[in-house]
Design a protein around this ligand. Structure first.
Ligand code: DOR
Length: 460
């Protein structure tokens, strides 16, 4: 079995950062604090670098099958590798939609051939597929579009929602924007062509009504539930006290943009849920710091620049983010007052526990060696032409950030490297990935109150 030693990196553990040596044997973390002289096939010098657990992005739209002119599982997963993401959980609004065993297994087979990093695929809910939602196994969970977005998956009928929460056992996540509020707003504002109208149509009220409805369903049915892409301050009190059933997440576009940015970026930041006015992002940051929101995920949703150039409302909603959000967060850590351990919790440990991902999410003996070396001093400017995503653009193009992933490992194999003298990196191996193993009996995020999940092994 291959043995790799990562020496002298500052390793990011849940309890803090320590300079030590991590030994990888056969794709798993075999020892922490291994002697530097230990026998190894490869020794990697991590001096001056941080070693993070590989990021787990639990909300991405990778477009395959059906929309591969925008993205496919190879391009998207190389973008993940470049961004420090070693596992993604992908949404069902592909064509065909992933709403039954056949479509789900087809996606897993495609990913087994094409994906550079580890993968899992949600099953999508419809008003008709309760049998599929009950019988599917080894998927991270069920996705419900309580409000419509890209594609035609929508379940806003109360009776159908009650059945899904009552009769299924997998954890559920949902896109929470109230469909009837959106339709009413569209009638009122729909004749305006400025993209800022998008935030008036998909307004704060639409998010609040749908999140209230979904959290109520979760609490009454005692069903594990994850609120995707929280975009407003007003939603936070709705789920803040709903342990042990409800967790929540924020996305980089809602943390780093507000409606003033439409002037500069136009339809590039047209998203569902919409970008919100300036008072909302600081409240989302505070909720992350307070532990009321536990996860940061990207909602990576690429469309071509040509599609995005259509004038509103013909322009599609969605933006790519998977390869830049880690650097955005690393660059913000000091300014926003959070630690690297906190960052690792939002982006790796919490999603692993929420979706029961066995052996993922932290650096500990026995865990998979899904790891990212970060150079906290590396400064780069985001450029469209250097993006690995097929759509080849970023809403953060032109932004200069300090702190970048420089090498990404999947099961101990190097899949991405950013050489010191290169402005952009190289994909080095595409064969190490595999499907995540989901064990929902592990109990989810709130399984223990000290924030340490039952899939934790002791650090040697
Ligand atoms: O703006 C969005 N676009 N939000 C979503 O939730 C879906 C996504 C897409 O798939 O394009």
């Amino acid at each position: 079995m291959k043995r790799t030693l990562i020496r002298d990196a500052e390793v990011v553990f849940p309890s803090g950062c320590f300079v030590t040596n991590v030994l990888i044997i056969g794709g798993k973390i075999a020892a922490i604090d291994a002697p530097p002289t230990v026998d190894a096939d490869e020794k990697i010098d991590g001096k001056g670098l941080l070693l993070f657990p590989g990021l787990i992005d639990d909300q991405v739209h990778f477009r395959e099958p059906g929309l591969t002119h925008k993205e496919d599982l190879f391009t998207a997963s190389t973008a993940c590798a470049a961004g420090g993401v070693t596992t993604y959980l992908e949404m069902p609004n592909t064509i065909p939609a992933a709403i039954n065993e056949n479509e789900i297994r087809a996606k897993y087979q495609l990913a087994a051939k094409k994906s550079a990093v580890n993968y899992g695929f949600y099953i999508g809910a419809t008003t008709q597929n309760i049998v599929d939602l009950k019988s599917i196994s080894n998927v991270p969970g069920i996705k419900i579009f309580i409000g419509s977005s890209t594609g035609d998956l929508l379940v806003d009928d109360q009776e159908a929602l009650e059945r899904i929460f009552a009769e299924t056992t997998l954890p559920i996540c949902a896109h929470c924007e109230d469909e009837s509020t959106v339709q009413t707003n569209r009638k009122q504002f729909g004749n305006r062509q400025n993209v800022s109208t998008h935030s008036m149509i998909r307004d704060v009220k639409a998010a609040v009504i749908a999140t209230t409805r979904a959290v109520d369903l979760a609490m009454r049915h005692k069903h594990r539930f994850h609120v995707l892409h929280v975009s407003t301050a007003d939603e936070i009190p709705i789920f803040a006290d709903s342990r042990p059933f409800v967790t929540a997440e924020a996305c980089p576009h809602h943390l780093f943009f507000d409606t003033r940015d439409y002037d500069r970026l136009g339809t590039k930041i047209q998203m569902n849920p919409s970008i919100k006015p300036a008072e909302h992002p600081p409240a989302l940051w505070q909720a992350l710091l307070d532990g009321k929101i536990q996860v940061i995920a990207t909602d990576h949703a690429p469309h071509t620049l040509e599609e995005k150039s259509a004038s509103y409302p013909a322009s599609p909603s969605g933006l790519p983010a998977v390869e830049n959000y880690f650097a955005l967060l690393l660059d913000s850590a000091q300014r926003k007052g959070f630690s690297y351990s906190q960052l690792a919790s939002w982006c790796a440990d919490a999603p692993a526990r929420i979706w029961g991902l066995v052996g993922k999410g932290r650096i500990a003996v026995g865990y998979d060696a899904d790891l990212v070396l970060v150079d906290p001093q590396r400064t780069r400017t985001i450029k469209d032409e250097e993006q690995f995503t097929k759509c080849k653009w970023s809403p953060w193009a032109g932004v200069t950030l300090t702190g970048w992933p420089v090498q990404t490992f999947v099961k101990g194999e190097s899949v991405f490297k950013l050489p010191v003298d290169h402005s952009f990196g190289e994909i080095t191996n595409v064969k190490a990935s595999s499907a995540v193993l989901c064990d929902h009996a592990l109990g989810g995020y709130w399984a223990t109150t000290d924030g340490v999940g039952p899939n934790t092994l002791d650090i040697v």
